[in-house]
Write a protein that binds this ligand. Structure first.
Ligand SMILES: Cc1cc2nc3c(=O)[nH]c(=O)nc-3n(C[C@H](O)[C@H](O)[C@H](O)COP(=O)(O)OP(=O)(O)OC[C@H]3O[C@@H](n4cnc5c(N)ncnc54)[C@H](O)[C@@H]3O)c2cc1C
Length: 342
């Protein structure tokens, strides 16, 4: 294990923004994690946990020890009649986990194929796509407290999952390093193709039977056709969350803007499409100062060669203001921002 001082971070975030971290270490086992946390306490520096940097914006230098969590390992904890329980270490790659589970005949993660990043980051925003969220399979999150190394376990309810949200973004923010998650998957083949894009995909191909494998293939194919590859066009996926509105507010908005895509939620709120509103404000395809909004996907901000996370945030603010002026709705940025001066 090597500690780096003054580490350049461009390679460690999928927006390819340049910034320096005061110190950086990549940990591949629990002992290395403990040594790193101890080092940070001795040096009196803060700790920032990093996975693969696919949901962060580096708006300036990071005054902290950046601990990249790279501990690997998948363990079958229990095999029940129709289910299996797995413990997956935080440094595993999420998409590789999805592929591995499918190969083993463990089902439930297909809709979450091709989401970049690590398993350890997956509970932070309760990753979700194509009608499925992590919370539907997650049993427990295992972590260590940054302050004193103490191991802690949070069950599903304790994680307080919501749309792109969890306790790890609120009360537990910057308090824990997630070390592993336990998930429960099915050994019986069943699929969820209720999400409109998936339903359409299979409706247009009546000869393709929806199976976990074909759903996985469909998700991969739809995502590849829609989302830019960060290694070619640096991005963090959706830059803004879809706003959740009270049903009365959504009804008023819909009356004014009949084209606005709306999705009723179980708790009575209504999720409205941020992409549609941004598109209506004519941001799609905007490009200036080597930064822009993807021509096919209004939610995706792309770094075409800028070093400046601060400029990217300035563009994001302009988008937020114009959507607010046009629709009276406040967009919220999805990725975590680091390096802003207090
Ligand atoms: C092209 C593209 C498409 C995407 N599509 C989706 C999508 O469909 N659905 C979706 O939900 N997200 C999506 N994302 C966002 C991203 O993939 C997820 O948020 C992912 O979980 C981030 O993983 P990461 O390892 O890169 O986390 P990082 O970006 O490294 O970290 C993100 C946050 O999690 C914290 N964190 C990371 N690991 C740990 C840990 N072990 N312990 C404690 N805290 C930790 C970090 O401190 C940081 O605050 C997409 C991103 C891209 C680039």
């Amino acid at each position: 294990m090597k500690f780096y001082r003054d580490k350049l971070m461009r390679k460690h975030n999928t927006l390819a923004l340049q910034a320096r971290a005061d110190a950086f270490v990549c940990v591949t086992n629990d002992d290395e994690l403990l040594e790193s946390l101890g080092w940070a306490r001795t040096e009196g520096v803060a700790v920032v946990v990093l996975g693969q940097g696919s949901n962060i914006v580096l708006a300036g230098d990071v005054q902290a020890l950046v601990v990249q969590q790279a501990v690997r390992g998948i363990e079958v904890l229990d095999t029940l009649n129709s289910d299996v329980i797995l413990r997956v270490a935080a440094g595993e790659n999420w998409h590789e986990l999805v592929q591995w589970t499918l190969q083993q005949g463990y089902y439930g993660l297909e809709n979450l194929a091709l989401i970049p990043g690590t398993v350890g980051a997956s509970p932070i925003q309760n990753i979700g796509a194509y009608g499925v969220e992590l919370q539907s399979v997650l049993l427990q999150v295992h972590a260590r407290q940054i302050a004193d190394d103490k191991p802690v376990t949070l069950d599903n309810a304790a994680c307080q999952f919501n749309y792109r949200d969890s306790i790890f973004k609120r009360e537990c923010k910057d308090q824990l390093v997630i070390t592993a998650i336990d998930i429960q998957l099915s050994r019986r083949s069943s699929v969820n193709i209720s999400y409109p894009a998936l339903a359409t995909f299979f409706a247009e191909r009546p000869d393709v039977e929806p199976t976990p494998q074909t759903v996985f293939d469909a998700v991969v194919s739809i995502r590849r056709s829609k989302l830019p590859d960060p290694s070619i066009e640096p991005n963090v996926g959706s830059f803004f969350k879809n706003p959740l509105l009270r049903s009365e507010m959504a009804a008023l908005l819909l009356a004014k803007h009949p084209g606005l895509p709306c999705f009723s939620q179980a708790d009575g709120s209504v999720k409205v499409s941020a992409a549609w509103m941004i598109d209506q404000c004519r941001w799609k395809g905007h490009r200036a100062d080597d930064l822009g909004v993807h021509p096919q996907h209004a939610l995706v901000l792309v770094n075409y060669g800028s070093d400046s996370g601060a400029q990217l945030l300035a563009l994001a603010s302009e988008i937020v203001s114009s959507v607010h002026d046009a629709f009276g709705v406040e967009l919220e940025v999805e990725p975590r921002i680091y390096g802003l001066n207090p």
